[in-house]
Design a protein around this ligand. Structure first.
Ligand code: NAD
Length: 487
C-alpha cells in the first residue's frame, strides 16, 4: 500500500487532483484495527476547505473527461477493474484491517468492486437518447447528459463495493466525482482513487476526501459545485442529506437501512433455508449489512425443527480476527460493538435469555470488538429488536401460522429494503414477491442478485436505485431537443 509510514503507523492522505495532501487543518483521524483495538494508520481529516478544493478541481476536470470518447472512457474504467484485481491481496488486507471482516469476504468484496468498474465500462457508449415522433414538421430527440460533479457519501460496512457501486456508474455517465468515505474505513477508498488515476482518468476527475460526516460530509452536501449526491448510510443522516440537497435543488438518492424479513415455509428446501439464514445475518460481514435478514419469520409447523438445526450450525461458527479468516470477524468499531451489545440487553429485557447468547467462546483471550451470534426466539413484531436495525449478528425469530399473517408481519415495518422467502410453492413465491414492500426480493437464496440487478429501498430505506443499468438514471439528466423543420 502506498500510505507512508514514519513509525509502524501508516499515514494516509486526501487524494485530490491526482495528488495526495494532508488536510488543510493538519488534523488526522486514527484508524483502529477492530480485531486488536490498536491504531495502525491515520488518515487526513478533510474539512470544508478540502471539499471546496476537490469540488473546484472536479468541476474544472469535467471537460477533459468528456473530451475522451465514450469507448476511451470505457477503457479507463476497464483498466481500473484490472488494477483493482491486480492489487486484490493488498486491498483485501487493508479492508480487513480497517473494517474487521474475514479476509476471504474482503477478497470477494474487492472482486465485486472490480466487477462494478468492468460492468459500467461497457455502458459508456450505450447511454442513448430516443427520438419522439411529433409529426412531419419536427425532429425531436433526447440527449442523456452527465450531471457535472457528483458527491458520494459512503458508509463503513462495504467500503470498497459501495464506493464502486456509485462511483463507477457516475464516471461512466461522464461525471467527475468527489467521494467522502466513512471516517472508520477511508483507507481503501483513497487507494481506489489512486488506482483510478493510474488507470488514466484525467486529473481532478476522481477525488477522495475522507473526514468526519458532520464536517466533510456536510460540506460536500452543501457545496454549490456538487450537482448530485449519492448517499449510502443510516436513516437519520440520509434525511439530513436529503433535506440539504432539497434546499439546493440537487439530485439526490438515498440508500439507507433495513429490518428485512426472511420468511421460511414448511414446503421449503430447509437446508437451503438454513444456509440462507446463516449468510443473511451471521456469516456476511457479521450481520452489518443493510439487507441482512434480521427478522426470521418461521412457520410454526417447522419452527422447532428449524431452530434446533439453526442453533447447532450457529454454535459451530468461528469468531475471530479477520486475518485468520473466521466465519465472523470483529465488528467495525467500539461504537458499533456497544450499540450491538445494547440491543442484546434490550432483547434480554424484552424476551429473556436468547437461544444463542452472543458471547464468543474464546472471548477472554481476545482484545477486539467481537460479538458472537445471537438468536432471540419466540419474538413478536412489536418488540424493539424486531423493529430497529441492530446491524450485527443478532437474529430475531418470529413464528407465524398463515401466509397472510407472514406477509402482514413482513410489511409491518418502517423500512422496505429487502425481503426473502424460502418455499417450493411457485405461486406462493410469486404472491409474496408481488405483495411484499421491498426494493428486492430473494427467492430461495438470500442476497441473490449481482452488480447487474437494480437495488434500493422503499419507505425509510430510501429512494433511487443503484446497480444495473438503472443506476445510470441517477447520474444523468435528459435534455429534449425539438427542431421545427417546416412543411
Ligand atoms: P452513517 O449515516 O453514520 O454514515 C454514513 C456516511 O455519512 C459516513 O461517510 C458519514 O461520515 C457520513 N455522514 C455522517 N453525518 C453526516 C452529515 N451530517 N452530512 C453528510 N454526511 C454525513 O451510517 P453508518 O453507520 O456509516 O452506516 C451504517 C448504515 O448504513 C446502516 O443504517 C445501513 O443499513 C446503511 N447502509 C445502507 C446500504 C444500502 O444500500 N441501502 C448499504 C450499506 C449500509
Amino acid at each position: 500500500m502506498t500510505g507512508h509510514s514514519t513509525t509502524s503507523i501508516q499515514q494516509f492522505e486526501l487524494f485530490i487532483d491526482s495528488k495526495s495532501f494532508p488536510a488543510e487543518s493538519g488534523e488526522t483521524i486514527p484508524i483502529v484495527d477492530s480485531a486488536t483495538e490498536e491504531t495502525f494508520a491515520t488518515i487526513a481529516a478533510g474539512g470544508a476547505s478540502d471539499i471546496d478544493r476537490a469540488a473546484t478541481v472536479a468541476s474544472e476536470s469535467t471537460t477533459a473527461w468528456l473530451e475522451m470518447s465514450p469507448p476511451e472512457r470505457g477503457r479507463v474504467l476497464n483498466r481500473a477493474a484490472m488494477l483493482i484485481r491486480k492489487n486484490k491481496e493488498s486491498l483485501a488486507e487493508l479492508l480487513t484491517r480497517e473494517n474487521g471482516k474475514p479476509i476471504s469476504q474482503a477478497r470477494t468484496e474487492i472482486e465485486v468492486g472490480a466487477r462494478y468498474f468492468e460492468y459500467y465500462a461497457g455502458a459508456t457508449d450505450k447511454i442513448q437518447g430516443e427520438t419522439i415522433p411529433l409529426g412531419r414538421e419536427y425532429v425531436d430527440f433526447t440527449i442523456r447528459e452527465p450531471l457535472g460533479v457528483t458527491g458520494h457519501i459512503v458508509p463503513w460496512n462495504f467500503p470498497v463495493s459501495l464506493f464502486a457501486r456509485s462511483v463507477a456508474p457516475s464516471l461512466a455517465a461522464g461525471n467527475a466525482v468527489v467521494v467522502k468515505p466513512a471516517e472508520q474505513t477511508p483507507l481503501t477508498s483513497v487507494e481506489l482513487g489512486k488506482l483510478l488515476d493510474e488507470a488514466g482518468i484525467p486529473d481532478g476527475t476522481i477525488n477522495v476526501v475522507p473526514g468526519y460526516g458532520a464536517e466533510a460530509g456536510a460540506a460536500l452536501t452543501n457545496h454549490s459545485d456538487i450537482t448530485a449526491i449519492a448517499f449510502t448510510g443510516s436513516v437519520p443522516t440520509g434525511k439530513k442529506v436529503a433535506a440539504t440537497a432539497a434546499r439546493q435543488m440537487k439530485h439526490v438518492h438515498i440508500e439507507a437501512g433495513g429490518k428485512n424479513p426472511n420468511v421460511v415455509f414448511p414446503d421449503a428446501d430447509l437446508e437451503a433455508a438454513i444456509e440462507g439464514t446463516l449468510i443473511s445475518i451471521f456469516t456476511r460481514n457479521a450481520g452489518q449489512v443493510c439487507s441482512a435478514g434480521d427478522r426470521l419469520l418461521v412457520h410454526k409447523e417447522v419452527h422447532e425443527e428449524f431452530l434446533k438445526e439453526l442453533v447447532e450450525r450457529v454454535e459451530a461458527l468461528t469468531v475471530g480476527p479477520g486475518l485468520e479468516d473466521p466465519d465472523i470477524g470483529a465488528l467495525v468499531s467500539e461504537e458499533q460493538y456497544k450499540k450491538v451489545r445494547k440491543y442484546i440487553k434490550i432483547g434480554r429485557r424484552e424476551l429473556g435469555e436468547p437461544l444463542v447468547n452472543g458471547v464468543p467462546k474464546n472471548t477472554d483471550k481476545m482484545a477486539g470488538y467481537f460479538v458472537g451470534p445471537t438468536i432471540f426466539d419466540d419474538a413478536n413484531n412489536d418488540l424493539r429488536i424486531a423493529r430497529e436495525e441492530i446491524f450485527g449478528p443478532v437474529l430475531t425469530v418470529i413464528p407465524f401460522e398463515t401466509e397472510t399473517e407472514a406477509l402482514e408481519i413482513a410489511n409491518d415495518s418502517d423500512y422496505g429494503l429487502s425481503a426473502g422467502i424460502f418455499t417450493n410453492d411457485l405461486e406462493r413465491a410469486h404472491r409474496f414477491a408481488r405483495d411484499v414492500i421491498a426494493g428486492q426480493v430473494y427467492i430461495n437464496e438470500w442476497f441473490a442478485g449481482g452488480v447487474e440487478t437494480p437495488f434500493g429501498g422503499h419507505r425509510e430505506s430510501g429512494f433511487g436505485r443503484e446497480k444495473g443499468l438503472e443506476a445510470l438514471d441517477q447520474f444523468t439528466t435528459t435534455k429534449n431537443v425539438c427542431l421545427s423543420i417546416g412543411e
